[in-house]
Design a protein around this ligand. Structure first.
Ligand SMILES: CSCCC(=O)C(=O)COP(=O)(O)O
Ligand code: MG
Length: 231
């Protein structure tokens, strides 16, 4: 079988802690959403997010205030809705720029990504967080800006992470046969979808969440023991 040429990685639970996303990023967005929308409601990107949220909710007559309330509810429910994810990215951008947020990346993930990049592997991100948010979490880390390691980013505009056509689309975009792409995630539903599209897969079990047994994906507790060339 031909070797792995690219690694496509999830963020939350894979390169970065679930707790950082759920206990730091989401509350930050929830806390700042109302003021952010009030301050930027005329910016085209913000208007577009609000309109798209109303459309998703099936109620184009929702006021901005009601839409903000709905978005706050979606944050609590961890909805992977594209307009919510775009707005979160815009709010986090301010937090990173002001030094109120620092992107969490596990030290073993930093080392692994650097080593694989140095060996010529192409690295990509696929997260439910918007591409802008992905660039921020890797751009503002304790190790500095890690974004030069990555060749590209994919978010929910490519498709849901639990649907196999999304992975087929990404492999096509990379110009690689699916089996030359290794997908890393802590979500069995995502790994199953990637495997159905023909990608190689590895499950990250960092002990932060319960991962059901019997899924059949090679499992690793961090990047240190994970050699993409041996999978
Ligand atoms: C880009 S950091 C924020 C991640 C995020 O918003 C999220 O919902 C987690 O998604 P993932 O696909 O990385 O599990
Ligand atoms: Mg994840």
């Amino acid at each position: 079988m031909s070797p792995v040429r690219a690694v496509l990685t999830d963020i939350e639970g894979t390169t970065s802690s679930i707790s950082f996303v759920k206990d730091v990023l989401f509350p930050f967005a929830k806390r700042n959403l109302e003021v952010f929308v009030a301050t930027h409601r005329d910016a085209p990107q913000v208007r577009q997010c609000l309109d798209a949220a109303r459309e998703l909710a099936g109620d184009s007559s929702l006021s901005d205030d009601a839409t903000v309330a709905l978005l706050r509810k979606w944050i609590d429910e961890d909805r992977k809705a594209t307009p919510l994810k775009s707005l979160q990215g815009l709010i986090w951008e301010q937090g990173y720029a002001r030094g109120e947020l620092q992107g969490h990346v596990y030290p073993d993930a930093v080392e692994g990504l650097r080593a694989w990049h140095a060996k010529g592997l192409r690295l990509y991100v696929y997260s439910s967080g918007s591409v802008a948010a992905q660039k921020l979490i890797f751009g503002y880390t304790a190790w500095g800006d890690l974004t030069p390691l990555f060749s590209g980013y994919f978010d929910t505009t490519t498709g849901p992470k639990v649907e196999s056509p999304s992975y087929a689309r990404i492999a096509k975009d990379l110009g690689l046969p699916p089996h030359e792409v290794l997908f890393l995630s802590d979500s069995v539903a995502e790994l199953n979808a990637a495997r159905s599209a023909g990608l190689r897969t590895a499950c990250l079990d960092r002990g932060e969440a319960v991962i059901p047994a019997g899924h059949g994906h090679s499992t690793f507790h961090g990047f240190a023991s994970l050699d993409p060339f041996s999978l």
